[in-house]
Design a protein around this ligand. Structure first.
Ligand SMILES: [Fe+2]
Length: 300
């Protein structure tokens, strides 16, 4: 079953605006560009974990997940077949492009392309931050988390549950927000699902987590300095206690830049329901006014 978010792939006409955000604000590292000129971003010793391909419009190209053992991919193929979802074993060429050893691909009922992989390539001691930072929390916890907007998250609960995602908790603010949060490793959530209007789905945000609270404070100042549209001020989430801020990216979705997310002890964890998303902060910031809620697409 899935045990981490391995990587994320986006298509965008604004790919050339990405290097500034990555190096001047995040402190992540630019890897060698891909064969199509894509911007590849490195957060640790994995070759890359975020790839922005050229494209005519912003698109969530693929969400890459990891499993622990090669055999888990066979089990996943069977699970997907039982769910009535057509999955394919990806070619060696595709695996090489994604820097993994094995890959299977499928499209979920909401139109997102998923790639489940084993054997992501790492080069020891190869990560060099582009500015002084303490580093990203990755490893067993993967790249971070994604929040997908779906028109029926209760229906999606069953689907993603079969792929290995276990409910951490829910946030319900009547009339404003309904979201479910799922873990597949120690990270409080690797997948979050937010309810959106019928007919559409989308990628709202990617969360990347730093090892120091000061990295987050400094990035907030750098984002302001470089004119990055901030979509939510500094704040602390009620459920995973992440101390973070949100900013828009050149490609319609958002990035949550955070510190201190809770880790789940699977044996002792009891899912809860929260009535607010933040203990404090996370207020809309004027510079992010009018930014899209994410990369949205029509549900097939
Ligand atoms: Fe988040």
């Amino acid at each position: 079953m899935i045990t981490s978010l391995a990587y994320l792939g986006i298509k965008s006409p604004n790919k050339d605006e990405w290097p500034d955000l990555v190096t001047k604000v995040w402190g992540a590292q630019l890897a060698e560009p891909g064969p199509d000129g894509s911007v590849r971003v490195k957060f640790d010793d994995a070759l890359w974990r975020l790839q922005i391909h050229p494209g005519e419009q912003d698109e969530t190209a693929y969400i890459g997940w990891g499993v622990d053992h090669e055999e888990d991919l066979h089990a996943l193929l069977k699970t997907l077949a039982d769910l009535g979802v057509a999955a394919e074993v990806g070619s060696d060429e595709l695996a090489a492009e994604r820097a993994v050893n094995r890959i299977i691909t499928f499209t979920d009922p909401w139109g997102f392309r998923h790639e489940v992989t084993w054997g992501q390539s790492h080069i020891a001691c190869s990560f060099q931050p582009s500015r002084p930072i303490s580093g990203f929390v990755t490893g067993q916890q993967g790249l971070g988390h994604v929040l997908l907007l779906l028109p029926d998250i209760d229906q999606a609960h069953e689907f993603f549950g079969k792929l290995g995602f276990r409910l951490s908790d829910k946030i319900i603010v009547p009339g404003r927000l309904y979201a479910r949060f799922y873990h597949c490793n120690a990270r409080h959530h690797t997948l979050a699902l937010g309810q959106c209007p019928p007919g559409v789905a989308g990628l709202n945000h990617l969360m990347i987590q730093l090892q120091s609270i000061d990295d987050v404070g400094l990035a907030y100042e750098l984002a302001e300095e470089h004119g990055v549209p901030l979509t939510m001020t500094l704040g602390r989430h009620s459920n995973d206690r992440q101390f973070s801020f949100y900013h828009s990216t050149p490609s319609s979705f958002h990035v949550e830049y955070g510190y201190g997310g809770l880790e789940v002890d699977e044996e002792a964890w009891v899912p809860r329901v929260y009535d607010r998303s933040a203990i404090w902060g996370h207020k809309p910031h004027p510079s992010g006014k009018g930014r899209p809620m994410g990369i949205m697409h029509q549900v097939p």
